[in-house]
Design a protein around this ligand. Structure first.
Ligand code: 8YV
Length: 329
């Protein structure tokens, strides 16, 4: 009997996905969804050729040194700031992620946060639930318009473009964006997207959406200086990673009424949320649910499984992050 490659599925997943994996691989699952300490992760990875990770498992040089059998790390996320990709590449370990399958769902969530923040939906509901709604009032809970306003997108990858389409085509918004590289004229034209400097984006946008991948180079991309450039009527939406925003600077700005509001799905210390943000009413807070619909989470889990099965049965994984490790085969 041939032995199957061994993998650890580090976080709970769909039973159907585990069943698929188990047809090809020797699977150690974690359906109780214990968040492994570093020591537990290292212990559970001994003798494993593959690992299926969520954002909670960090794959870095010390881990790779302690787990010499590991050949592939498959992240169930498009973002992979929990991977030290250079260290993986140096160790010949393939990294994979789950792009595309979550693009539209995550763009929907960006819009949900944008709408909720601009129109003060959470605040309005809390007001109603507290029983404070006693009469119609002309200026009750007035917010900012979304339609026809200027949407500033920082990070114009697949998800950024999907948000831009929603804004331009659905809400008649003027789209401005900043990104490492400019889109082609063919990509810009249908949404009339205008490439601007980062400074111009903060100055001109009525709604700023952060959707750039996190790395230490973009830590606190939005701090006191950037917030000071923004219109006091503007909103700031973050569906990327918490570390993109200096949360204390944001809490200061909200407390002083220097921003209309913020919509945050991601936090620097998540799942712990900065208590200063929790104190603010003009902030819509959600627990990192950008890709959280059942079909999308299933598609993500299946793509992560496809990557593991393909690579560990001698084929090319569909979505490698560091394809140079695979060579040209
Ligand atoms: C994941 C995400 O669900 O894909 C990403 O980068 O942030 C989410 O879609 C989350 O990271 C859990 O792994």
């Amino acid at each position: 009997m041939t032995t199957q490659p061994k993998i650890l599925v580090a976080r709970a997943t769909f039973d159907s996905v585990l069943a698929r994996l188990s047809e090809h691989l020797d699977v150690q699952a974690n359906q109780d969804d214990v968040i492994f300490s570093r020591e537990q992760l290292l212990a559970n990875l001994q003798g494993k050729q593959g690992v299926c990770t969520g954002g909670s498992e960090r794959i870095d040089a010390p881990l790779l040194a302690a787990c010499p059998d590991l050949k592939i790390a498959s992240n169930v996320a498009v973002g992979y700031n929990n991977f030290d990709v250079d260290a993986c590449t140096a160790a010949g370990v393939v990294c994979t992620n789950t792009p595309d399958v979550l693009t539209e769902t995550t763009a929907d969530m960006a819009f949900a946060l944008l709408m909720a923040t601009a129109r003060r939906v959470s605040e309005s509901e809390a007001f109603l639930r507290r029983g404070e709604w006693k009469k119609f009032k002309f200026d009750l809970l007035c917010g900012s318009d979304v339609h026809g306003s200027t949407l500033g997108i920082l990070g114009m990858g697949r998800i950024g473009q999907a948000i831009a389409r929603r804004g331009a085509l659905g809400f008649g918004m003027n789209v401005i964006y900043h990104n490492r590289s400019r889109l082609s004229a063919e990509q810009e034209a249908p949404i009339k997207a205008r490439y601007v400097s980062k400074q111009a984006l903060f100055e001109q946008a009525d709604h700023v959406v952060l959707v750039l991948p996190y790395s230490p180079a973009v830590h606190h991309t939005v701090g006191a200086g950037e917030i000071a450039l923004m219109k006091p009527t503007a909103t700031l939406i973050n569906i990327g990673r918490g570390g993109l925003i200096d949360e204390n600077a944001l809490a200061d700005a909200l407390a002083q009424g220097r921003l209309m509001g913020a919509g945050l799905d991601v936090f620097e210390g998540e799942p712990t949320v900065n208590p200063r943000l929790l104190e603010q009413t003009r902030v819509v807070l959600t627990p990192h649910v950008g890709s959280a619909t059942v079909p999308t989470r299933l598609a993500m889990a299946n793509l992560a499984a496809d990557n593991l099965i393909a690579f560990l049965t001698g084929k090319r994984p569909p979505t490698p992050i560091n394809p140079q490790v695979l060579g040209s085969a």
